[in-house]
Ligand binder design. Structure first.
Ligand SMILES: [Zn+2]
Ligand SMILES: [Zn+2]
Length: 372
């Protein structure tokens, strides 16, 4: 396939001056710098600069796109010859073996392997935009109840100067005359009709004669933007929420990528979480625990509720208040109350005598049991 041979011969990493394993951010950074330096608008009539700009753009077109970059790396590793794999069948319904019959070499040059079920190569046509990741820190109550918030982020977005067309305002991208806007061309090779990405427009189907100076024709611009996000009730710390279509715009009419919001939930001074259940520790006095009775239990966002303790309730025991946990789409959780019996640190004389009397009574009971 045409693009493959080109790929095999060109070192796009070298063009952008980045390492083979550079991460997407450094690639974009390198591209922006070089594109600015060689931009035709800043070097009018300088053919060398224009060639350089084209070279840089072509390199970024491949390395800046995750899927294309993968293919490119593979082509460079394996070589450009990419014929139909044994058993895979050939486009157009022909099955043949690339074997000892001498066809291998010929087809190796001209054959366009369609890896994705018959469409043109992944290098052409609409491409989905990349996903964008953001982190959102929520307080405990907001995470529990859910909220709609505005995320302020700086990321690749549709260019605001050209509305994503890539063409200078007042001009229009021209339909590519080579491919008639289809982005692919058919070569007749005897029996076989083969499709390959249009070399003139690079598969875009259109040619931009006057590039938008903000985005250098990419239609994508890095800029701050606000995104409205609906965070569902009960989101957990570390949970990732996918907002469809809010990521980087697609290319050639492809769909936009997604915005992935990673939620960080701040702890609450009083309440904890266990799935949909809320947890809380409630102090009670020794008489309350020993005699039983109703105690007040706080709720996350409402008035206190009553919890009835049985006589002889133990410190550390857990009690369930139905339906007072998190109200999520999956239903309401419960409030799990852990009772903590408090030991007084200061006693009035009256309290001291009462406890001493209690102690004396307890010792007698205890002693009787031991004795009996
Ligand atoms: Zn633009
Ligand atoms: Zn074309």
């Amino acid at each position: 396939m045409a693009a493959q041979r080109e790929w095999y011969e060109k070192d796009y990493y070298k063009v952008l001056g980045v390492k083979d394993d550079a991460d997407p951010k450094s690639i974009t950074k390198a591209y922006r710098k070089l594109a600015r330096e060689s931009h035709p608008d800043t070097h009018p009539g300088d053919a060398k600069a224009e060639d350089r700009f084209k070279e840089v753009s072509a390199a970024y077109d491949v390395l800046g796109d995750e899927a294309k970059r993968k293919e490119y790396d593979e082509v460079r590793r394996l070589g450009p010859a990419d014929f139909a794999r044994p058993g895979g069948g050939a486009p157009g319904g022909f099955n043949f073996n690339v074997g000892n019959d001498g066809f291998g070499d010929i087809f190796g040059q001209v054959f366009n392997s369609r890896r994705r079920g018959g469409g043109p190569s992944a290098a052409a046509g609409p491409q989905r935009g990349g996903d964008v990741e953001a982190t959102l820190t929520l307080d405990f109550v907001d995470a529990a109840k859910g909220l709609t918030t505005t995320l302020h982020l700086t990321s690749d977005a549709q260019c605001s100067t050209c509305n994503g067309s890539g063409a200078k305002p007042g001009t229009q991208p021209k339909v590519c005359s080579q491919c008639g806007g289809r982005g692919v061309v058919n070569d007749n090779q005897g029996l076989f009709s083969l499709s390959s990405p249009c070399r003139v427009c690079g598969g875009a189907g259109v040619i931009i004669e006057h590039r938008c100076s903000t985005c250098s024709g990419s239609g994508v611009e890095r800029r701050p933007r606000d995104v409205q996000a609906r965070i569902p009730a009960g989101v957990a710390d570390g949970q990732r929420i996918r907002l469809k279509g809010r990521g980087t715009p697609g290319r050639n009419g492809g769909p936009a990528g997604d915005l992935i919001v990673e939620c960080r939930v701040a702890p609450h001074p009083r309440f904890g979480r266990d799935g949909n259940n809320l947890t809380v520790r409630v102090p009670v006095t020794f008489p309350q625990a020993a005699l039983g009775g109703d105690i007040d239990v706080p709720t996350l966002d409402g008035p206190v509720v009553k919890l009835r303790l049985r006589p002889g309730t133990q410190s550390g025991s857990r009690h369930r208040v139905k339906g007072k946990g998190l109200a999520t789409a999956k239903g309401a959780g419960d409030l799990i109350v852990t009772v903590e019996v408090q030991v007084p640190t200061h006693l009035t004389d009256e309290q001291r005598s009462a406890i001493e009397a209690f102690a004396a009574a307890s010792t007698v009971t205890h002693g009787e049991r031991e004795g009996g």
